[in-house]
Design a protein around this ligand. Structure first.
Ligand code: ZN
Length: 329
């Protein structure tokens, strides 16, 4: 994912924020009585993250990528009503033809009132933000950038199987999010080189006419001492969902992870789900004010490995999303 540089977007965002209606404070009061969410197991989520990383970097067209896809599909078949595998060829910015798979798990199939949860399962083929140029072409583990979001969603899937919520839930693991234009190659800028899996799905949904009332993306949700801010693209497209999730986090005791602070928009899978699939979607993504990128210092380097993953952060995000799901009528 990348920080959005578009001036037009900033202008739109500014106008949107100016006109944004005040969300009523009683949103949570209505739902909180009904919260009977199961306990999110961070040990289990951690193991799901590690299992992905243990395959090696999940770079499209690699053996590790194929093996990890098979693992994710077989795990989700244990928990979901149905699993769809969407195979396609993604055209990368450099002409590479990538064999890609979006993995879609459906829960509570008969329910028409549905929500969508998603994360990307591929890992970046480059460490183009490493300080050492010799590392730039070496793929990264993507323990946080990729595997953490998928790991949290796998643990949520396990919970959904044990106790079906009222709402229908679809979980998508998008492929080829992180094969975007390499910064170290200094090529002329190309549009839309990131998030190829979510772009494909948004134009070719697994069920024609599929709709969810909102979507939540989890990206980089497992690093030690992480916190999450109200990211600009999310606030622009789905302000009431941002507000609801942040309030639930606070009520659940995770207010120190979910800060009441707006930050710049990023281009991530939720951007395409918003503009192409037209499902209002937010991104729960770590923000780090101390780096130029706004992402953690490990971002797109080889420091994005299991050593930075903290169960406490996985717990904060996983329990918050579970509380949201089980508060739905
Ligand atoms: Zn990335």
């Amino acid at each position: 994912m990348k920080q959005i540089l578009s001036i037009i977007f900033f202008v739109m965002l500014f106008v949107a924020c100016e006109n944004e209606p005040k969300v009523e404070d009683n949103t949570l009061k209505i739902t909180e009585k009904n919260i009977v969410a199961p306990d999110f197991n961070a040990d289990s989520a951690y193991q799901y993250v590690k299992s992905q990383v243990d395959f090696g970097p999940r770079v499209p067209n690699s053996e590790s990528h194929v093996k990890c896809a098979n693992y994710l599909i077989s795990e989700m078949k244990k928990y979901a009503d149905s699993v769809y595998v969407q195979q396609f060829t993604a055209n990368a910015y450099n002409g590479d033809k990538l064999k890609a798979k979006n993995i879609i798990a459906e829960f509570n199939s008969n329910q028409t009132n549905r929500i969508l949860l998603f994360a990307h399962w591929d890992s970046r083929p480059y460490a183009d933000h490493s300080e050492n140029p010799e590392e730039w072409e070496v793929p990264i583990d993507g323990a946080n950038d990729g595997a953490s979001g998928v790991g949290v969603l796998m643990e949520i899937a396990r919970n959904l199987h044990a106790k079906m919520p009222t709402v229908g839930v679809d979980i998508i693991f998008f492929d080829v999010e992180d094969y975007g234009q390499a910064d170290h190659k200094n090529l002329p800028y190309q549009e839309d080189t990131w998030c190829l899996g979510s772009q494909y799905w948004s134009k070719n949904k697994h069920i024609p006419g599929y709709y969810a009332k909102y979507g939540i993306l989890l990206d980089m949700v497992g690093a030690k001492n992480a916190f999450f801010t109200k990211e600009g693209t999310s606030v622009y497209f789905a302000p009431s969902i941002v507000d609801r999730v942040w309030k639930i986090a606070e009520k659940s005791g995770y207010g120190n992870f979910f800060l009441n602070q707006k930050t710049s928009p990023v281009t991530d899978d939720h951007y395409y789900v918003n503009i192409l699939a037209q499902i209002p979607s937010i991104d729960i993504i770590q923000h780090d004010p101390t780096t130029e990128s706004g992402f953690g210092a490990y971002w797109h380097t080889h420091n994005d490995n299991m050593s930075i993953i903290d169960k406490v952060t996985l717990q904060a995000v996983g329990q918050t999303v579970l509380e949201l799901i089980y508060s739905e009528k």
